[in-house]
Each structure stands twice: as C-alpha cells, then as structure tokens.
Design a protein around this ligand. Structure first.
Ligand SMILES: C[S@@+](CC[C@H](N)C(=O)[O-])C[C@H]1O[C@@H](n2cnc3c(N)ncnc32)[C@H](O)[C@@H]1O
Length: 257
C-alpha cells in the first residue's frame, strides 16, 4: 500500500500545474492586463508580478517587448518550473521566490500585478492590508497595483463544473480534484489527490494530497479594507472587461494607485 503524503500547497501541483490549467486563456488574460496598464499607466516599463505560478503570464507579457519584468511566487517549486520554461525560450524575465507578505526586493516598479485568485489565499483583513503595505513599498510614485479576486457567486457556480475532475498527465501522474464551497464561512476548498505512477497506472509510486483553502470576498468586503491602506481605488472592473464591477460579478479586477 502506497502511503499518502500531505504536501505544502503547489509543491507537487507545480509538476502538473500547466496541464491542470490547460483551458485557461493566459494570452487573453495578458492582453487584458496590458489594456489596463495602457489605460492607467501608459508609460510603465518596470513590472512586478506577484504569485506568478509557473510564469506563463510573465512570459506572455514579455512578448509585448515593452516591459522589464520581474516575476515572483512564494512556492520555490512553481518558480523552478517558471525558470525552466524561461530558459527553454531564452527569456529575460527575472524569476524569484518571494512571499508577497514579505517582499524584499532592491528595486521599485511602475506596475505590480497579481492574477488568478491569488488574493483569495489571504484569509484575514490584516494579511490583505499587509500585502498592500508590501506592494506600496516597491511601487514608484504614481505606480499602480492590479489584482483580481473571486466572489461568492463565482464559487457557487464553479463548484458545478470543477467538482470531481480527474485526469491522467504524461502517462506519469493521475490527479483528482474535489472542490467544496462553505458558503457560510466563504471558504472555497480545492483538494488535489495526485498519484505518480510508472508504466501501468496500477504501479503507483507515490500518492500526494494538497488541500487549498481560499477565502472568498465580495466587493463590499474588500472595499473598506482598501480604505485602510495607502491606496485608492482607480477602478474595479467586472471579470475581463473594462466595465465597472457589479453585485453579480464573478471575478473583480482592482486597479489601485
Ligand atoms: C491560483 S495560483 C495562480 C498562479 C498564477 N498567477 C497563474 O495565473 O497561473 C496561486 C499562486 O499564488 C501563490 N501564492 C499563494 N500564497 C502566496 C504568498 N503568500 N506569496 C507568494 N505567492 C503566493 C501560489 O504559490 C500559487 O502559485
């Protein structure tokens, strides 16, 4: 019997992350972030990405040819994957392992951005305020901070299609994702069970689990928290649009200055 190992978030998932996210349109997402930058800070050059994961977005941003990009994530395993991808294509993006609650970089930036629910990994108002303080420290005067978060409405909808998703990857990994949403406490849980096998699927070498808990926020909950920071809200956009967020928004993209 292969023993199941509980792993820190994204340590094992890093191996299969790009395949699990295969249906995410990062090119469209990159275009959207670029559009926001052009709208709110058109002469931006130095860009910092937080929670960059395996670097897909940063590498896509680099293709515009107008930005100097530093991309960071708290998971060393995710950053390693990003660096491997960067090395393969000869990218100049600087990848670093950085906890966004403790940003220690000797450079400042015109834009800091963070996408794909990464804010939802923060479970307390204090941590959200701390993130804003850390970003404020590394922003140039007039710089902007862009990030998105998902709303309770999104979690209720997502449960319908994310639950019990299973797949085999590269004839080497099998994963099973179970999603739960605790509406009362606004906690969205994704539990990944990952098996590494060799040859036949029956020959399981190791079994891992990762359980991700995200706190889900409405705009009404985030807005007063931002008021306690040194930022002001330039825009709160609905989803991937340049239209205002509203009470039915599934994902809200904030632009702060
Ligand atoms: C849903 S993934 C998004 C990754 C990437 N932005 C993307 O679009 O694929 C969330 C990311 O947040 C990172 N993360 C969570 N907490 C973090 C922290 N305190 N500091 C830095 N990164 C963190 C995780 O390691 C993970 O890569």
């Amino acid at each position: 019997m292969t023993k199941e190992k509980e792993k820190p978030n994204y340590s094992i998932l890093a191996e299969i992350y790009d395949r699990v996210m295969h249906d995410v349109n990062y090119v469209a997402w990159t275009d959207y972030i670029d559009e926001i930058i052009l709208e709110h800070h058109p002469y931006a050059e130095d860009i910092l990405e937080l929670a960059c994961g395996t670097g897909t977005m940063a590498l896509s941003m680099e293709e515009f040819g107008t930005y100097n990009i530093t991309a960071t994530d708290g998971s060393a395993e995710m950053v390693k994957k990003a660096q491997e991808k960067a090395d393969r294509i000869g990218s100049d993006v600087q990848f670093k392992t950085v906890n966004f609650l403790d940003i220690d970089l000797d450079q400042t930036f015109d834009v800091v951005y963070m996408v794909f629910d990464s804010l939802n990994y923060l479970h307390s108002k204090e941590d959200i305020i701390r993130l804003h303080e850390q970003v404020h420290k590394v922003l140039n005067p007039g710089g902007i901070f862009i990030y998105d978060f998902t709303t309770p409405r999104n979690s209720v909808k997502a449960i319908r299609y994310l639950n019990n998703e299973a797949s085999i990857i590269d004839n080497q990994y099998r994963y099973f994702r179970k999603s739960l949403y605790d509406a009362e406490n606004q906690i969205h849980t994704n539990r990944f069970e990952i098996e590494q096998f060799e040859g036949s699927e029956k020959n399981v070498l190791e079994r891992f689990t990762e359980e991700h808990h995200q706190k889900i926020y409405s705009f009404e909950e985030i807005r007063p928290i931002i008021k306690e920071t040194d930022f002001s809200i330039l825009k709160a956009y609905d989803g991937f649009e340049l239209k205002p967020a509203h009470t039915r928004s599934l994902r809200i993209t904030m632009v702060l200055q």
